[in-house]
Design a protein. Structure first.
Length: 276
């Protein structure tokens, strides 16, 4: 199997994204130029539209994330003190975290549960959930599928998960902790498979959720060691392991230095299979 680190793959996919989006803008400008006529008003409208197209392309290339600082030294020292006595996970929880470690660096596709990033899978999900493929994400994923088809699939960089799919892939598909394959949404996972707990009760293997103002759970993650959370983050972030227990900030794969800031975790649950 071909080996490629995440930075190399990110640069390749970034180039694919920029080519696709730039091509969109160039095509638009060319079409505008072909309708040019001698009328001065039409000419002015043409120039304005062409400039708007260039601006549109530039915005797409920069879209996704805003700058944000890394964890401060003060925060690092705080977490080191807070989790200094945390026991090392054992048994099924340790096995779960080992599986999740192997997923870090994978891609995000809505409804993904460890699927290879193929054009067939992209097309199927795009038809069902087009809103998850905006802002150049479709072109980015197609670049991954093209390269993988030519050179072979790297794990996990050429595989995809969504937030609940990451949990069910590890707990059900790989470890078979439920005795049968299970694929449920974040809302279902909290409602049907968790015992509610307080934030200060969290331990490795527990689940964290984001509930919106309408009372609907829209996202989830899995608690790792010392305040780190495993999760599949939409956009150009992918499967990450970050210390997001108190604030959700993620680096953008395509544009290093850019980050995504998400709503903080506000509901917490312990999988019933881990309740003693």
């Amino acid at each position: 199997m071909r080996l490629m680190n995440r930075q190399q793959k990110s640069r390749r996919c970034s180039a694919g994204k920029k080519q696709a989006v730039s091509g969109l803008g160039a095509g638009l400008i060319i079409r505008l130029v072909t309708v040019y006529n001698d009328n001065m008003k039409a000419q002015k409208r043409l120039i304005a539209a062409a400039l708007a197209a260039v601006l549109f392309v530039s915005m797409l290339l920069l879209a996704g994330c805003a700058l944000s600082p890394e964890e401060t030294q003060h925060e690092t020292e705080y977490y080191e003190r807070k989790y200094a006595d945390e026991p090392e996970p054992t048994g099924d929880v340790a096995r779960l975290l080992e599986v999740l470690d192997g997923c870090v660096g994978g891609q995000y596709i809505f409804a993904g549960q460890g699927n290879q990033v193929t054009h067939q899978f992209i097309d199927t999900m795009y038809k069902k959930f087009p809103d998850y493929f905006l802002d150049g994400r479709l072109e980015y994923l197609r670049a991954i599928a093209d390269d993988a088809a030519e050179h072979g699939y790297d794990y996990p960089a050429d595989y995809a998960w969504d937030c609940s799919g990451l949990w069910w892939y590890a707990a059900s598909d790989v470890l078979n902790l439920y005795g049968k394959p299970v694929d449920r949404t974040a809302q279902d996972t909290y409602d049907d498979f968790c015992t509610p707990i307080a934030k200060d009760e969290l331990r490795p293997g527990d689940l964290v959720f984001v509930e919106n103002k309408d009372g609907k759970i829209t996202h989830m993650g899995i608690v790792g060691r010392r305040g780190h959370i495993y999760e599949a983050v939409s956009g150009f972030c992918g499967v990450v392991l970050k210390r997001t227990i108190d604030k959700r900030v993620y680096y953008n794969i395509v544009n290093p230095g850019k980050v995504y800031v998400g709503a903080n975790w506000n509901k917490f649950g312990r999988p019933k299979i881990f309740v003693k």
